[in-house]
Design a protein around this ligand. Structure first.
Ligand code: NCD
Length: 320
C-alpha cells in the first residue's frame, strides 16, 4: 500500500494488519524509551490546512517514535498567504526530499489530488466531509481492545452525520469488522443514500437501548452553510446523550473535540463508560502502524516480532 486516502484502500485484511502492527507498537510506547529506529532517515511532513489538535499531534508523535524526521507546514504562516497554489506548495515541499505527507484540507479529494502529483506517500488526515481513515482505524482498535471480537457488535453513530468524514470512514471500517452500524440524527443531518456504505438509519433515539456502543459526533458548524436544526437547544433535547440515555451496559465514543452540553452532557464524558481518552491513546500507535506500513512496507508479522524483542537502544549498522 502506497497511500492511505480512504478505508477502501485497506479492505478487511489491511485493517487487520494495521491492528496487529498497532499492538506491537503499543508495547514499544510502554518502554522507558518509547522509540524504535524503524523509519530512521525518512521524513514525514504534516500539512494541515484546517484546525487540529489530536490528529496532528498524534501523527507527529507517531513519526518521532519511529525515528522519522518531521516537518510541519502551517497554513497560516506559509506562502499560501502570498497566493501560492496547492500544486506549487506541494512541489516545493517535495523538492526538500520527503517520504510522506499527512494532509488535512477542508475540500474533499485534496489528498487524492496530491497523490496524483508527487511520488511521496499521502495519508489523508481528514478531507472535507469525505473521509478520515486513521480516525476510523483508531476507533476500531480502541473498541477491539475493549471488547475483543467486533462481529455482531451494535454501534449507533449519533449526530451530524451529513458533514462528518469521521462517520463516512467509521461506518465502512466498523461494517468491515462485522459490526451492525446504525446512524441516527435529524433527517436534515443524515445524507441521502448513506445506507449504501453499510448502515441502517434512524431519525430518533427511540431504539438506542439496543446499542452496545454509542458513537457521538460534534455538530460541524464550520461546514454548515445554512441552518440544519431549529436551535442547538432543541437538537440537544432530542439527540444529546446524557446520563439518562446512556445505559450502564453501553460504551460511549467520540472523536473529539467534544462540545459539552450539545452532543454529550458533561456527566457522560467523564463516566467510566466513555472511551474518549483511550481513543486518543490509540491514535498514536495506530498512526505509527500506518506510517510504518506505508514507509517501511510489507512483512508486518515479521516486523512486529522484531519490535517486541529488539533492544530499543540498539544502533542499526550503516550500509557500507
Ligand atoms: C474530527 C475531524 O476533524 O474530522 N476530529 C478529529 O480528527 N479527532 C471530528 C470533529 O472535528 O468533530
Amino acid at each position: 500500500m502506497k497511500h492511505l486516502l480512504g478505508i477502501d484502500d485497506l479492505g478487511a485484511e489491511g485493517i487487520g494488519e494495521v491492528l496487529r502492527l498497532a499492538d506491537s507498537f503499543l508495547e514499544v510506547t510502554r518502554r522507558d524509551i518509547p522509540k524504535v529506529p524503524a523509519l530512521r532517515g525518512k521524513t514525514v511532513v504534516s500539512m494541515f490546512y484546517e484546525d487540529s489538535t489530536r490528529t496532528r499531534l498524534s501523527f507527529e508523535t507517531a513519526a518521532k517514535r519511529l525515528s522519522a524526521d518531521t516537518m510541519t507546514f502551517s497554513a497560516g504562516s506559509s506562502s499560501l498567504r502570498k497566493g501560492e497554489s496547492l500544486l506549487d506548495t506541494v512541489r516545493t515541499v517535495e523538492a526538500m526530499g520527503i517520504d510522506a505527507i499527512v494532509v488535512r484540507h477542508k475540500s474533499s479529494g485534496v489528498p487524492q489530488r496530491i497523490a496524483g502529483w508527487i511520488d511521496a506517500s499521502i495519508i489523508n488526515a481528514g478531507d472535507g466531509w469525505h473521509e478520515h481513515p486513521t480516525q476510523a482505524l483508531l476507533d476500531v482498535y480502541t473498541l477491539r481492545r475493549r471488547l475483543g471480537a467486533l462481529e455482531g457488535v451494535r454501534i449507533w453513530i449519533v449526530g451530524d452525520v451529513l458533514h462528518s468524514r469521521v462517520a463516512r470512514s467509521g461506518i465502512q471500517a466498523f461494517a468491515r469488522m462485522g459490526c451492525e452500524v446504525t446512524v441516527c440524527g435529524p433527517p436534515t443531518l443524515i445524507p441521502r443514500g448513506v445506507e449504501a456504505l453499510g448502515c441502517n438509519v434512524s431519525w430518533s433515539l427511540d431504539g438506542i437501548g439496543e446499542a452496545d456502543v454509542i458513537y457521538a459526533l460534534r455538530m460541524q458548524n464550520e461546514r454548515m452553510t445554512g441552518s440544519f436544526v431549529p436551535s442547538l437547544r432543541e437538537y440537544a433535547a432530542r439527540y444529546q446523550i446524557d446520563g439518562r440515555r446512556l445505559r450502564p451496559n453501553q460504551l460511549l465514543m467520540h472523536p473529539g473535540p467534544v462540545n459539552r452540553g450539545v452532543e454529550l452532557a458533561g456527566e457522560v464524558v467523564d463516566s467510566p463508560q466513555a472511551l474518549i481518552v483511550q481513543q486518543v491513546e490509540s491514535g498514536v500507535v495506530v498512526r505509527m502502524a500506518v506510517l510504518y506500513e506505508l514507509l517501511a512496507g510489507g512483512g508486518p508479522a515479521r516486523e512486529a516480532s522484531r519490535f517486541t524483542q529488539e533492544d530499543p537502544t540498539r544502533v542499526e549498522p550503516q550500509p557500507a
